[in-house]
Design a protein. Structure first.
Length: 251
């Protein structure tokens, strides 16, 4: 056995060679699959990448089937502090399952966290992670403002201390709700301060040109790939170019 430390500072005991992994975070599923998909023995219903991943499904990120996970006898379960509920993780630990929790709030934190996670699994640093680190290393001046809704009925948006919010700033946009004490505040589109761009992802709410922009009184908008905006796995490589191309095309 070997002991590694996860992002929360918890000691996690792992076998010398990890062979069975359950991931209950879509981004982490894609991360592991890109290097060694044979390690994955269970993933959530929301783990859509890679699309051809054929392994047992163990429920959702917020409602995983703890008994089903335990029955898969994983060497480790990969989780995230934001996406998964502490009671579910505690139940897994109580059943004797090792749980490795990531905590990702910025793009640099994502790069470092994924590198540590892959190392804990005995996997080498992949080329895509190096490409993503290089792509997002450069800083750009923040010269425009944006709001990034993530839900409607009620309206909710990116607030403070979020991975996607940090990524938007690294695209050159100041999030007008970044000063909110909440990470995902409710808001009234009519009460927003002046904003240069409404950035509308296709997840978790599926915004489209016909569903969302009409609430912002003619403010320029861009419908973007939510995976490029909110996932912190292999999609990070190339995400800057993909998002900026969608923004430029919408103007």
């Amino acid at each position: 056995m070997t002991t590694v430390v996860d992002d929360l500072g918890h000691a996690v005991a792992l076998p010398g060679a990890v062979r069975r992994v359950v991931s209950i975070v879509p981004s982490l599923t894609e991360t592991v699959a890109a290097s060694a998909r044979e390690l994955l023995v269970g993933v959530t219903d929301w783990c859509t990448h890679p699309a051809d991943l054929d392994v047992p499904r163990v429920g959702g990120t917020k409602n995983p089937d703890v008994a089903a996970i335990v029955a898969l006898a994983p060497d480790v379960v990969l989780a995230n502090q934001e996406e998964n509920r502490a009671p579910d993780l505690d139940a897994l630990r109580a059943a004797g399952v090792a749980v490795y929790v990531t905590d990702i709030r910025t793009v640099p934190a994502a790069i470092g966290s994924l590198e540590r996670l892959l190392g804990a699994l005995g996997l080498a640093r992949p080329a895509w992670l190096g490409a993503a680190a290089e792509e997002w290393r450069a800083t750009v001046p923040v010269v425009s403002t944006a709001v990034v809704p993530i839900w409607r009925r009620p309206w909710m948006a990116l607030g403070s201390d979020t991975f996607a919010g940090d990524l938007v700033e690294r695209l050159g946009y100041r999030n007008v709700l970044a000063g909110s004490p909440e990470r995902y505040p409710r808001f009234d589109p009519a009460a927003l301060p002046p904003v240069d761009l409404v950035l509308l992802p296709d997840e978790p709410y599926l915004f489209t040109p016909d569903d969302g922009p009409e609430a912002f009184g003619g403010t320029p908008f861009a419908c973007v790939d939510g995976r490029s905006l909110t996932w912190y796995g292999p999609s990070l490589a190339g995400a800057r170019a993909r998002l900026l191309a969608l923004i430029d095309a919408a103007r």
